[in-house]
Write a protein that binds this ligand. Structure first.
Ligand code: MCA
Ligand code: AMP
Length: 603
């Protein structure tokens, strides 16, 4: 047992007795939700209000806790405003230039994001799981004029920016201390008195700039070519956040635990911006670790006003937490009882999404914590679209109904697909109701399309891809096949086998194939997703080798890591003599998966 785990174990034992004396056992999470009900009403107006504009009103309340300490809303805003002045000097105010950043999951990220928006630029958050070639692609594709990072990433970033006109800024830690809570500033012996903060309420570009400008680019993989930059406007973000606040009843009392990467919508919108919009708090860990999350979920010495009460993650996270629990706690009934009691009574809401939540994970999590995970469905291009209810029955394997402000429809081609033949609309739904337009009384299966202010308008610099992804009448084609049954929606999977979801990350099989075909020993290959309870799918490479050569998984992984993000690197390697193709040169991947991986079926 590691010393951290031993320590935690002792803390649990000591606390169990005290805890059991004091607590009235409350199984139903609804009770807790009621206890937490808001005292302030969250205002939604037609004008887009960016997150930093809200911050001014929350003033000295704690907005964030990271590895370094606590930060107030006022502090974050002061700091971001100061940083925005620097960006204005380089780029001009409201010029909508792209500002890329590679920063840790802490206050430096939030300050930089807000600074981009106060300055009226487009933020592009990047991730350190991306190798230099991938970062280089993002920088060039977006034509980022400024790149912000920390000292630690300079050896990777500096060569990428050499001989370009792009500006490199190393995040200044003074900005962090400006944002910190006063007592922590004192503890760190920092003084912000030399900074002129001006009028906080005035932060940002004036006029109706935020009603019509862009805020964020998120890179996402598709079935063809390189990742595309999804451009989200301030209006998109505002709509998405408000939809979740209203559906899931987020309030200023909420304290979210953040363990997700911050270059995807799940981590940015659902878990960071939602609490910050509503005046709540976000406790942000530098990276997911099962022991770190268990410590936060069960924190024993914290007051209710300081302990986390909302947690959102991908199914892999919950599986990893279950594995840790099974390994450490399962033989000790007192600890098990303590964990169950504290999770079921102190935590208001636990959410899963980004990939299908397998029933065994849903069931085991309920056994351990008393929480029936709220599963929802979303996408980088549209934010969250469908969700199980906050109150009422959460049905495993389904994603509920449309979220507020989201309009969905299921369509299907009736005969052979041709240009003249428009798909028929089978179901049309919004948050209030769904209407069926077919005589079928059973389950209805179709391609999911979505509309609304939450939906992005375009892929960066890719007009063709943008055009193809929308119908003529303006619906975004999600590429997911969905079933509608008894008033609720269920995701059946991607329409394309070339999209793999692993650990919540979307991976293009074609991108991985292109990368590994560069290996000198590989003459042919296909990449497929193989079902796995922990990862959802694992990335498997099926390869044909050059005669007389060999290849083992570790060698392939080493090779692939040079050009692929860590999560896209294959974890399964199968060497075959031949990859069978039909007379069109196409491979039936589904058939090959069944043949080569017969046991790996989803539970
Ligand atoms: C990593 N490993 C893998 C995979 N990824 N093995 C198999 N399959 C994988 N996908 C290996 C690594 O190579 C490493 O091995 C070991 O597992 C640990 O990897 P690590 O990344 O450190 O794992 P972790 O820290 O435990 O992270 C698991 C995680 C993380 C917390 C589930 O993957 C994660 O945060 N995923 C969330 C992604 C996300 O936010 N998606 C949202 C996009 P070795 O040690 O040998 O190198 S979707 C979205 O935004 C839409 C809008 C939506 O609906 O939400
Ligand atoms: P991304 O493009 O990375 O934002 O991933 C979006 C995709 O994740 C969706 O198109 C779905 O295929 C998948 N997804 C998200 N949430 C769920 C869910 N709850 N169940 C099944 N698939 C999901």
């Amino acid at each position: 047992m590691s010393s951290i785990i031993r320590r935690r174990f002792r803390v649990f034992i000591n606390s169990v007795t005290r805890y059991q004396k004091s607590i009235t056992f409350k199984r139903k999470q609804q009770t807790f939700a009621a206890l937490n009900s808001t005292t302030e009403t969250h205002q939604v107006t037609n004008d887009v209000v960016p997150v930093f504009k809200h911050a001014a009103q929350y003033s000295d309340r704690t907005a964030l806790r990271d590895l370094h300490g606590d930060y107030t809303y006022r502090g974050l805003l002061l700091s971001a405003k100061q940083f925005a002045n620097e960006l204005n000097e380089i780029l001009g105010e409201g010029t909508q230039e792209r500002v890329a950043f590679l920063l840790p999951n802490d206050a430096s990220y939030v300050i930089t994001q807000w600074a981009c928006w106060i300055s009226g630029q487009i933020a592009i958050p990047l991730n350190d799981q991306h190798p230099p070639t991938v970062l280089d692609y993002y920088i060039k594709d977006s034509d980022a004029k400024v790149f912000i990072t920390t000292q630690e990433h300079l050896p990777v970033v500096e060569p990428l920016l050499a001989k370009t006109k792009r500006h490199l800024i190393v995040f200044d830690n003074v900005l962090r201390s400006i944002a910190m809570k006063v007592d922590e500033k004192v503890a760190n012996n920092k003084d912000d008195s030399q900074h002129d903060f001006g009028n906080l309420i005035d932060a940002g570009v004036t006029g109706d700039f935020y009603n019509k400008s862009d805020a964020l680019i998120i890179y996402t993989s598709g079935t063809t070519s390189k990742p595309k930059g999804v451009v989200l406007s301030h209006k998109n973000i505002y709509t998405q956040v408000n939809s979740l606040i209203s559906a899931w009843n987020h309030t200023d009392k909420d304290i979210f635990l953040h363990t997700l990467p911050l270059h995807h919508v799940h981590g940015i919108i659902n878990v960071l911006l939602c609490p910050l919009y509503v005046g709540g708090r976000c406790v942000i860990l530098p990276k997911f670790s099962a022991s770190g999350v268990w410590s936060e979920l069960t924190a024993v010495n914290l007051q209710n006003t300081d302990r986390i009460n909302v947690f959102a993650a991908v199914p892999t996270t919950y599986k990893k937490l279950i594995d840790e629990y099974d390994q450490l706690f399962t033989k000790n009934n007192k600890i098990k009882e303590y964990i169950y009691n504290v999770c079921s009574t102190k935590i208001r809401l636990m959410i899963s999404g980004s990939a299908p939540l397998p029933k065994p994970i849903f069931d085991r999590w309920e056994e351990i914590t008393g929480h029936r995970l709220l599963e929802r469905y979303g996408m980088s291009e549209a934010g969250m679209m469908l969700s199980n209810p906050l109150e009422g029955e959460r049905i495993t394997g389904t994603v509920g109904t449309p979220l507020p402000g989201v309009e969905v429809r299921l369509t299907r081609f009736q005969s052979n697909k041709s240009e003249k033949n428009e798909p028929k609309v089978l179901v049309h739904g919004n948050a209030k109701s769904s209407q069926v337009f077919t005589s079928s009384t059973n389950s209805i299966i179709g391609d999911l399309q979505v509309k609304g202010d939450a939906v992005f308008k375009y892929y960066w610099n890719k007009p063709e891809a943008t055009k193809e992804s929308f119908t003529k009448d303006g619906w975004f084609k999600t590429g997911d096949t969905v079933m509608y049954e008894n008033g609720i929606y269920k995701i059946l999977g991607r329409s394309s086998v070339d999209i793999i979801k692993s650990g919540g990350y979307k991976i293009s099989a074609l991108e991985v194939e292109t990368a590994i075909l560069g290996h000198p020993n590989i003459v042919d290959c296909i990449v497929v997703g193989v079902d796995d309870l922990t990862w959802g799918q694992k990335v498997a490479a099926i390869v044909v080798l050059k005669e007389g050569t060999q290849l083992i998984l570790s060698e392939l992984r080493e090779f692939a890591k040079k050009t692929l993000p860590a999560y896209s690197v294959p974890t399964i390697l199968k060497v075959v003599n031949k990859i069978t193709k039909n007379n069109m040169g196409k491979v039936n991947k589904t058939q090959i998966v069944h043949l080569l991986f017969p046991k790996e079926t989803k539970s």
